[in-house]
Design a protein around this ligand. Structure first.
Ligand SMILES: C[S@@+](CC[C@H](N)C(=O)[O-])C[C@H]1O[C@@H](n2cnc3c(N)ncnc32)[C@H](O)[C@@H]1O
Length: 393
């Protein structure tokens, strides 16, 4: 697609799309995925790109705006494609996320499952504690997903004010690197900025090895290579939802697989007799070692979950699986179907991986207690989902 001569198509009716939170438009000779629209609207669109056999377009005018449409408060919306839902009111964003989870379940032929309403985020803006920015001619910004154009961003609506402060200080001064990661521990007011900037003429320290934050009164050390939940208040809600489901009495052994820096292990340890945390990343395990200091009922295993999950003898009381987007390894699912824990919590950031894995678990010895989507990522199509299961044997 020639970017200087974009193709405009008028009066297109938008249908439900759901991929990446986009709507879809059926034209006589092709189907397009459309950014910035809402199902049922008639709009004019500008073609962006064809990628991997798919066409992408952007709404430039809504002739019949949906009642769910709002004016995006971000001036970069559309140029920046990071927040797919900025033009949709927050209540409807939550309804769409519910629909996204339901649609993935239906694709996996999981029908008739009662999915709870999405747990809203307390903050619709300013919630993200981590920005990964790309740099072009020293300017920090994001890359448009469709056109691949770099968009300079001076203030990002969804980032914590602490991140925006650093962004303002570094803007235009980072020519020495192509990518930068800014993380902010809002409850401890400290930063991690990587890589270390040696040429930038700024009085902002960078190159920190780790930063610190607090969840539910517990201190966490998080190093540059380690995962940490991006929305602190929602992470706390998620930990409480998990705790409620597991109904812990203090006598249980909990296995926390894909444990990261020990988030759930630490937060649930006061309610368990013993916690075993499994994590493959050496950096995250090193952080977890610090994070569990003073807590004597947590053991850490540095390993892939699939290499150790079959070594537990007897029935586990409780198991948390919180894998990366690709979901749990098939052998992990096979092992827990053979030796099922009494209670299982599956935490998923990709509803399609969750649906695929749930299909296996529900064909085995598990039944669902509930499915609770949690909005960790307002203004975007992303949704975290908790599946709470029990062994039915
Ligand atoms: C989505 S994060 C969850 C971390 C943690 N539960 C939390 O809430 O902060 C997934 C974690 O799984 C780890 N991981 C990825 N593949 C793994 C595997 N096969 N076995 C164990 N850990 C793995 C990653 O390093 C990452 O820390």
């Amino acid at each position: 697609m020639n970017e200087t001569a974009p193709e405009i198509i008028e009066n297109v009716r938008l249908e439900e799309g759901l991929n990446f939170g986009l709507t879809s438009a059926s034209l006589p000779n092709r189907t397009l995925e459309v950014f910035g629209g809402i199902q049922g609207e008639t709009v004019d669109i500008r073609l962006f790109a064809h990628k991997a056999g798919r066409g992408y377009a952007q709404v430039i005018k809504a002739h019949t705006p949906s009642s769910e449409r709002v004016i995006p408060s971000c001036p970069y919306f559309g140029d920046c494609t990071g927040c797919t839902f900025q033009h949709i009111n927050y209540i409807h964003q939550l309804q769409l996320k519910h629909r996204i989870v339901t649609a993935e379940f239906e694709k996996a032929e999981l029908f008739g499952i009662d999915i709870s309403p999405v747990v809203p985020s307390d903050e619709e803006s300013g919630y993200r504690n981590h920005a990964r920015l790309s740099i072009y001619h020293a300017n920090l910004g994001f890359v448009n997903r469709f056109s691949r154009r770099h968009i300079q961003i001076d203030h990002c609506r969804i980032m914590n004010p602490g991140i925006n402060k650093v962004l303002a200080g570094l803007q235009g001064k980072c020519g020495e690197t192509r990518q930068i990661s800014i993380r902010y521990g809002s409850n401890k007011d400290n930063y991690l900025i990587q890589p270390k900037l040696v040429k930038a003429n700024v009085d902002i320290e960078s190159g920190q090895k780790e930063y610190h934050d607090i969840l539910l009164g517990h201190n966490f050390c998080i190093s540059a290579a380690s995962f940490f939940q991006v929305n602190n208040p929602q992470a706390e809600k998620m930990a409480n939802l998990i705790k409620n489901h597991l109904n812990l009495s203090g006598s249980e052994t909990l296995v926390d697989a894909y444990a990261g820096v020990g988030t759930f292990a630490v937060l649930l340890s006061p309610d368990c007799k013993r916690v075993i945390a499994i994590e493959e990343s050496a950096a995250a395990v090193k952080d977890a070692c610090l994070n569990i200091s003073g807590i004597d009922n947590i053991e850490l295993i540095q390993s892939k979950t699939e290499d150790v999950i079959n070594q537990f003898e007897g029935q586990m009381d409780a198991l948390i699986l919180d894998p990366s987007r690709s979901g749990a390894h098939p052998s992990v699912l096979a092992t827990i179907c053979q030796n099922p824990p009494r209670n299982l919590v599956y935490v998923a950031c990709d509803p399609s991986s969750l649906a695929r894995d749930l299909k296996i678990l529900l064909a085995g010895p598990f039944e669902l207690s509930s499915v609770i989507p949690v909005d960790m990522f307002p203004q975007t199509y992303h949704v975290e989902t908790l599946a709470l299961l029990k062994c039915k044997l």
